[in-house]
Ligand binder design. Structure first.
Ligand code: ATP
Ligand code: MG
Length: 398
């Protein structure tokens, strides 16, 4: 069967009313971004309150459907075939041929119904007549089928417009909201498993993602940085182009190492990461921060540690992995294809300067007091780190 067009179904929640066009425009923009990775030429358009992708040239069906599955806001992808209106007899033939081709080995007793819609009201048959007559023709041609109008195995949609469109399969989309409809947030992206998943989950709600990575050369290598760029690229399949800020964190880390108690290194370091991420976030119009933290995963992620980290931020911090077990996070990372990259064994700056016995119940007051040890140097170091950051635009084109 030759599919030349896709009907894009999207969830109706939040789509009604006067903002609907914003939602649809963002959806169409993200669809175009996903199709740039596919061979072939496509037209994405809106008609009668629905979004369509039409192929204008040859294309690879699997490549197109795989890439459409990365577009948040799509609830279903319906491959359609269409014919010119050449009279009802031709339509019957067309519909029967469709059923035979798409369901070649149909099992005895498989149920179906025809669901016709007629937006071209000049068409000589109305939708009830179309349902009945096309149903009859199919039964005659494929005797193994049975009609069930309540819970059929197969629903054959027939839409009579300027042309006649036929589809029956709905490939599930990723759900969520189109990226760009929910503002922008700053992801703290490390080379680990959790933070790419966290970015994916927030992007799924329509939020555009920028990212910041804290790099500590020469303790962390170029390969470790490249791994983060690669992860950002994988996230950008779903989230659209990502501005990745690479911040040189070495001197700040060395100062903390030098002047603060060993068991508090991680927590103090995390506070500086949050402060710097927040400064960049505010400069670039982000409305929140995102981390991959999950309660209890490591010492810096106990409730007490999270509270002490959190207090340096004024923007909301989104932690979509917070209640997930590692295995659940791994499942998602495998599904979105970040896992293999995340487990590459390059060092990350959190693990190089870790204490043997980090505090698990830090007191904010004591941490604040020890941070004063940095007073003489820290403002200059933070300013330099911000000024010297490198910004890489990461996106996926073919
Ligand atoms: P992940 O698997 O996401 O790296 P983790 O389990 O290694 O998380 P931590 O190292 O404690 O946990 O980091 C917690 C969160 O802090 C990360 O999910 C990430 O959002 C952020 N983070 C940690 N290190 C960095 C870094 N070098 N650059 C940017 N963000 C970081
Ligand atoms: Mg990490």
């Amino acid at each position: 069967m030759e599919f030349k067009s896709f009907l894009i179904k999207y969830g109706e929640i939040g789509v009604k009313g006067k903002n609907r066009y914003l939602f649809e425009n963002a959806l169409m923009q993200q669809i175009k971004y996903a199709l740039k990775r596919c061979d072939g030429e496509f037209a994405v358009h809106k008609a009668e309150g629905r979004v369509y992708v039409d192929a204008l040239s040859d294309f690879d069906y699997d490549e197109v459907t795989d890439n459409l599955k990365t577009v948040f806001g799509i609830s279903g992808i319906c491959p359609m075939t269409f014919a010119n209106d050449e009279g009802f007899d031709k339509l019957k033939e067309f519909v029967v041929a469709y059923m035979k081709k798409v369901y070649p080995d149909v099992k005895e007793g498989t149920t179906f119904k025809v669901y016709a819609r007629r937006s071209n009201k000049r068409y000589p048959l109305d939708s009830m007549e179309l349902n009945a007559k096309l149903g009859e023709a199919i039964l005659e041609a494929v005797p193994a089928l049975k009609v069930d109008v309540h819970a059929p195995d197969i629903t054959l949609y027939v839409e009579v417009r300027e042309k006649i469109y036929v589809y029956s399969r709905i490939i599930p989309g990723p759900g969520g909201m189109p990226v760009g409809t929910g503002g922008k947030a700053m992801l703290l992206l490390s080379g680990g498993i959790d933070s790419p998943v966290a970015g994916y989950m927030i992007a799924k709600r329509g939020v555009k993602i920028d990212a910041v990575y804290f790099h500590a050369p020469p303790y962390t290598s170029e390969r470790a940085k490249q791994k983060v760029v690669d992860l950002a690229r994988k996230v950008s399949r779903y989230a659209g182009p990502v501005y990745l800020h690479v911040v040189n964190f070495t001197d700040i880390q060395l100062a903390i190492y030098d002047k603060c108690p060993q068991d508090e290194l991680t927590i103090i370091m995390r506070r500086y990461m949050m402060r710097i991420a927040e400064t960049i976030a505010k400069e670039t119009g982000c409305l929140g921060l995102i981390t991959g933290e999950s309660i209890g995963q490591v010492a810096s992620q106990t409730l007490a540690s999270l509270a002490v980290t959190n207090e340096v931020c004024t923007l909301p911090v989104f932690r979509p992995c917070i209640g997930m077990d590692k295995l659940e996070i791994v499942d998602i990372s495998e599904r979105i294809d970040t896992y293999e990259t995340s487990i590459l064994p390059y060092e990350d700056c959190c693990t190089i300067f870790v204490a043997k016995h980090p505090v698990t119940k830090p007191s904010a007051e004591i941490i604040r007091k020890h941070e004063h040890n940095l007073d003489e140097v820290i403002d200059g170091l933070v300013e330099t780190a911000l000024k010297t950051r490198e910004t890489i635009v990461v996106s996926v084109d073919k």
